[in-house]
Design a protein around this ligand. Structure first.
Ligand code: GAP
Length: 480
């Protein structure tokens, strides 16, 4: 079972301290969200799992943490200043503002060889408003998605020399550090560089909870290969590895599907992109409307390294990039060749992964009394809390003391909490709802036999375990 819709997760997330609407005391800020005590743990566990998988468990990937604000010139040569914009239209009937390229009828039907003229299609009434279905839409105009800021205390708001951007992708911080990392770590191609961090986009239509926001977090990896490598095959290989990683985190393969991005929709740097889609909208009748992008795997060619390099020249011998001071090419010792490495880029979102995990983990179960309980069947490696220690009687100092001591002894090896704020049934229900794999109950008998009851979240089965064996027992059962 998965969550019936995103709204179910929005309410669970707020009720149980995963995600809160941001700035709520001032009426909120559209599509901005704050991660509470459990949400921040879940995000950290996803990021750590990703980092361990790529940077520690493989031998060919290094990590980096670059600035969010880079020299503005980076965004000129990356192509983002010139092309990172969305077409915007307004509906004259219902006043809705939308991304035109997401609307029904914007692109000519597949297979028809007609010249593409968006405004001609808009004026001919071929494109429909997503809100009211009207075809009475304005012409499109382009809106750059990069969020702007100004640097320096003395700068005037409109001083072009003070203009800077909050990065719209973490990838550029990797490209401009390619040579630093390759030379300091003495790396030979093929190798990759991974980065996780915040990115910002002034989205026209943010929404659907944490699926599309203006501030979000990415886990990106640029994998550098030879110009004559089998690039399309490498894209397929990375797609399969990421599918397996998502499944290892607990996502049902049936809720994942692949989308080959059509040529006309490719980003300016991409020759091929495959998106891994997740079923974020299971409530929608039409199957094809149930999916949204979880991540993308792109073949970025040598576009970025080449365009940030000082050397490449045009047909007349003029430098294409007169601002760069470095040539980011690579010298292959084996065959004495110099070239710009080509790049395969798996780019995933932390927030979209977290939403997929929450939706996939959601289940309901009815107990003996006929009460329906929510159980969040998160995989133990991402669960925010691994074990909750619960005293059966909170008015018995010996039981409370023993429970607190057990919690303290577990804390160095796994995330454990102590809770005595309700009856045992309520405490179990609360832990089930936040995805805690194990509840440990300390009772009167524990004082005599130095043992506790360990209850499994998914089966509700209970087992008696000696306190001395508890940490090792739990660690074994928590292993992925
Ligand atoms: N460097 C390539 C790149 O940024 P992208 O497909 O634009 O590619 C990669 O972004 C991933 O980042 C997406 O698949 C998604 O998971 C996440 N992402 C992008 N925009 C987002 C947004 N506005 N809100 C939340 N996540 C977003």
């Amino acid at each position: 079972m998965t969550a019936p819709n995103i709204d179910t997760i929005v309410s669970l997330a707020k009720r149980r301290g995963f995600v809160f609407p941001s700035s709520e005391v001032y009426g909120g800020l559209g599509s901005a969200w704050d991660y509470g005590p459990l949400g921040v743990e879940l995000c950290n566990n996803v990021k750590q799992s990703w980092w361990r998988w790529l940077v520690y468990e493989r031998d060919d990937i290094e990590g980096v943490d670059s600035s969010i604000i880079l020299n503005r010139t980076v965004w000129k040569y990356s192509g983002h200043e010139g092309t990172f914009h969305d077409p915007l239209v307004d509906c004259r009937e219902c006043k809705n503002r939308m991304r035109a390229d997401k609307l029904e009828g914007y692109f000519p039907p597949e297979g028809k060889e007609v010249a593409f003229d968006a405004n001609a299609r808009l004026r001919a009434g071929l494109v429909k408003c997503s809100e009211c279905g009207s075809t009475n839409l304005t012409d499109e105009r382009f809106f750059n998605q990069m969020l702007r800021t100004t640097l320096g205390a003395a700068s005037a708001e409109d001083d072009p020399t003070a203009l800077a951007y909050l990065r719209p992708e973490t990838a550029q911080g990797i490209f401009i550090n390619f040579l630093n990392i390759q030379t300091t770590m003495r790396r030979k191609i093929p190798f990759g560089i991974a980065q996780v961090g915040k990115s910002f986009r002034n989205e026209i239509t943010p929404g659907n909870f944490i699926l599309r926001t203006r501030e979000f977090e990415q886990m990106e990896m640029e994998y550098f290969v030879r110009p004559d490598a089998e690039h399309f095959k490498l894209v397929d290989e990375w797609v399969e590895q990421y599918m397996e990683w998502f499944v290892s985190l607990g996502i049902d393969r049936n809720n994942l599907h692949l989308h080959e991005v059509p040529e006309k929709e490719l980003a300016h740097y991409s020759k091929r992109t495959v998106d891994i889609m997740y079923r974020y909208f299971p409530e929608r009748d039409e199957e094809e409307r149930q999916w949204e992008e979880l991540m993308g795997i792109a073949y970025r060619t040598d576009f970025d390294l080449r365009s940030h390099s000082s050397k490449p020249a045009d047909e007349e011998g003029k430098r294409i990039n007169p601002d760069s001071t470095e040539d980011l090419s690579y010298f292959d010792e084996a065959d004495k060749q110099r070239f710009y490495p080509h790049v395969i880029e798996p780019a995933a979102g932390v927030n979209r992964t977290v939403l997929a995990l929450l939706m996939d983990a959601y289940s309901e179960r009815t107990n003996d009394k006929g009460e329906t309980r929510v159980i969040l069947k998160l995989s133990p490696q991402v669960a925010p809390i691994k074990a909750a220690v619960l005293p059966l009687a909170k008015n018995k100092p010996e039981i409370v003391g023993m429970a607190k001591a057990i919690k303290r002894s577990l804390q160095p090896v796994l995330r454990a909490v102590y809770d005595d704020t309700g009856g045992i049934g309520k405490l179990y229900a609360r832990q089930d709802e936040i995805g805690t794999p194990f509840c440990i109950t300390v009772d009167h008998q524990s004082l005599e036999d130095e043992a506790v009851t360990v209850r499994d979240r998914d089966t509700w089965e209970q087992e008696r375990i000696k306190v001395v064996d508890l940490a090792e027992n739990l660690q074994k059962r928590l292993k992925p």
